[in-house]
Design a binder for this molecule. Structure first.
Ligand code: SF4
Ligand code: SF4
Ligand code: SF4
Length: 190
């Protein structure tokens, strides 16, 4: 299908995703350092390979809404037309109606790229960290939706309340200068 004027191709979106992930790391690291100072140089983060999307990130954080959000690693996303992070397992029909969508707060925006690909964008201000989309992507997709502590919000508690409750032991301290644990980075590709 020919590209529509002004519409990005999937290749261009993937390239932007890689740059976006880099910016996420850089911005988060800078924010952590600026707001908490050089002396406190470790912050909490979630290992996406350990997270089992249990839902406690939404309920156990001392902040409401939680400082943990869904982050989309666009560079490893399949840009699937039928995304199980976006849609429930059993759709009532083929429509993009509310009952067919997983996210309880409508925080995932779906946009066509080029036939038959779609981009899925997390609107972070709406995300409550429930991990329902992450569960779907883990079960039926490639795990490009992950949970991450967002350091523009996190208070960096001495003992993270979610870490204490996490059934998968997925939380650990990481350097504030490199505060995100993306799947691609962990595989040594970024
Ligand atoms: S509490 Fe642990 S296992 Fe549950 S969603 Fe959060 S990081 Fe994942
Ligand atoms: S399903 Fe839950 S974790 Fe995923 S975007 Fe919506 S609120 Fe955030
Ligand atoms: S360190 Fe505190 S503010 Fe940050 S995610 Fe954990 S409980 Fe929430």
């Amino acid at each position: 299908m020919a590209d529509e004027p002004g519409k990005l191709t999937r290749r261009e979106l993937i390239a932007r995703g890689v740059r976006g992930a880099g910016l996420l790391c850089a911005a988060g690291g800078l924010g952590a350092l600026v707001t908490r100072g050089q002396a406190e140089n470790l912050v909490w983060q979630i290992d996406p390979k350990k997270c089992i999307a249990c839902g406690k990130c939404a309920t156990e954080c001392v902040l409401n809404p939680s400082a943990v959000k869904c982050v989309h690693e666009h560079e490893i996303c399949g840009y699937c037309e039928l995304c199980f992070g976006y849609y429930v397992d059993q759709r009532l029909d083929d429509q993009e109606t509310a009952e067919n969508r997983r996210c309880p707060t409508d925080a995932i925006r779906r946009a066509p790229v080029e036939d038959p690909y779609y981009q899925y964008i997390i609107e972070e201000d709406k995300c409550i960290g429930c991990a329902l989309c992450v569960e779907g992507c883990q079960q039926f997709g490639n795990g490009s939706l992950i949970m991450q502590v967002r350091h523009d919000r996190c208070l960096n508690c001495n003992q993270c309340a979610i870490a204490s409750a996490c059934p998968a032991d997925a939380f650990r301290r990481v350097p504030a200068s490199d505060p995100y644990l993306l799947r691609l980075k962990k595989q040594g590709n970024a």
